[in-house]
Design a protein around this ligand. Structure first.
Ligand SMILES: [Zn+2]
Length: 391
């Protein structure tokens, strides 16, 4: 495996995003997306390689910074190469187990920075099958089988038991053989021995295109890190609830259901309370020029919305309701027969302060990004409309 090599720059150009594209006279950088896997990263003369793309027969190395010399020193990031090789070799093992044990063929393979997927030509996948597949994969991993790479003539391919034979093969094809486990035609990067894959963990699966199953999985270091993360989440949750890990799900489910029931009951109580609040507001409204005006601040935004809706329905009043719980907001509205045009007043302020918000029927809601502008509008309402010192 060549990880450090010297090369000469044959061609260099900058694209419209200001990224430098370098073509070298030789390269060992694996290109992005080839064979479904992630490409290599590393440095060229100490500058970071951000991407490696294959365009026709050319391999281009993408850098954010320029490289001056013609002869350059290239270094491939071993840690990333190993991670990608773990995922890719793991995929061979996973695909072959699905095929041998459940006659499910791998149609495609995709690797991202977070996880990898294979699409299988079946919709029949259960928890039991997934567990059985994982255990069989683990058997192959601990058996420490060699992963051999060699080339054979295209003419030999049909007589060899390959898992899958693609069309349009070149004269010499690259074989990846996991001794006694899998025989594949593949151009990607792989580890030397199945033991280096460490672990294969299926995360989840979903139906795709109505007839296939997409299986999400992690291998090696990614699987261990995922285990560490999930263990820590579960451990912290179990500590918080003072309950054993095995009982966490049932407990959380039960408490979630109780919480939802409490919310539902609270909503019902709020609705009942609304009619009393509305009557009280009406009785204490300020009478001016033949209209009744109401100004009130609420601690609870939901309560404010209920009151606004009920006021419009029940009374011909002009009202200003506000809350500073969360982001400040004001609800301005009027009954059908109230004379003061509070809706135009609201729209003027909306425009002047460039506020978000909108209205339906006789209510306009204004949302404030900061408390200052909320306070200044409230001050104007008190001083110029309500003519009160404080409410
Ligand atoms: Zn491969």
């Amino acid at each position: 495996m060549t990880l450090k090599f010297k090369a000469n720059i044959l061609k260099k150009f900058v694209n419209n995003e200001g990224l430098f594209h370098l073509k070298l006279d030789r390269t060992y950088f694996y290109p992005d997306g080839a064979g479904g896997q992630l490409g290599d990263r590393g440095t060229i003369n100490g500058k970071r390689v951000l991407g490696v793309i294959k365009q026709g027969d050319e391999i281009l190395h993408i850098l954010a910074e320029d490289v001056k010399n013609k002869e350059v020193l290239c270094e491939i990031d071993l840690e990333r190469r190993f991670d990608v090789s773990q995922q890719h070799t793991g995929q061979h093992i996973l695909s072959t187990v699905f095929q041998k044990k459940f006659n499910a063929h791998t149609l495609s393979f995709h690797m991202s920075e977070e996880y990898s997927t294979i699409d299988l030509d079946t919709i029949y996948l259960t928890k039991e099958i997934a567990k059985e597949v994982e255990m069989k994969c683990f058997e192959y991993i601990i058996a420490a089988k060699d992963v051999k790479i060699y080339f054979v003539d295209k003419s030999k391919v049909s007589s060899m038991p390959f898992r899958k034979i693609p069309q349009n093969l070149p004269a010499k094809v690259r074989v990846v053989e996991i001794t006694g486990v899998d025989l594949s035609l593949c151009g990607g990067t792989h580890v030397k021995n199945t033991a280096e894959v460490g672990l294969i963990k299926i995360l989840k699966w979903e139906k795709v295109k109505g007839k296939n199953t997409r299986v999400y999985f992690l291998c090696g270091n990614r699987a261990i890190k995922d285990y560490q993360l999930k263990n820590s989440i579960l451990y912290n949750t179990s500590n918080m609830l003072s309950i054993g890990i095995k009982d966490v799900f049932e407990k959380v489910k039960r408490e979630h259901e109780e919480l939802m029931a409490t919310f539902k009951m609270m909503r019902r109580l709020k609705r009942e309370l609304v009619s009393y609040i509305v009557d009280e507001l009406y009785a204490n409204a300020i009478v001016k020029d033949g209209d009744r005006y109401i100004l009130r601040q609420f601690k609870d935004a939901e309560m404010m919305r209920y009151v606004a809706a009920e006021l419009v329905k029940k009374y011909d009043v002009v009202f200003f309701l506000g809350t500073t719980n969360g982001k400040p907001s004001l609800m301005l509205g009027k009954g059908d027969k109230a004379k003061y045009d509070v809706l135009s007043y609201a729209m003027n302020w909306k425009e002047r302060l460039a506020l978000r918000g909108g209205g339906k029927r006789n209510i306009i809601t204004l949302l404030f990004e900061e408390k200052g502008s909320f306070e200044s509008m409230l001050g104007d309402i008190k001083q110029n409309i309500m003519e009160v010192k404080d409410v």
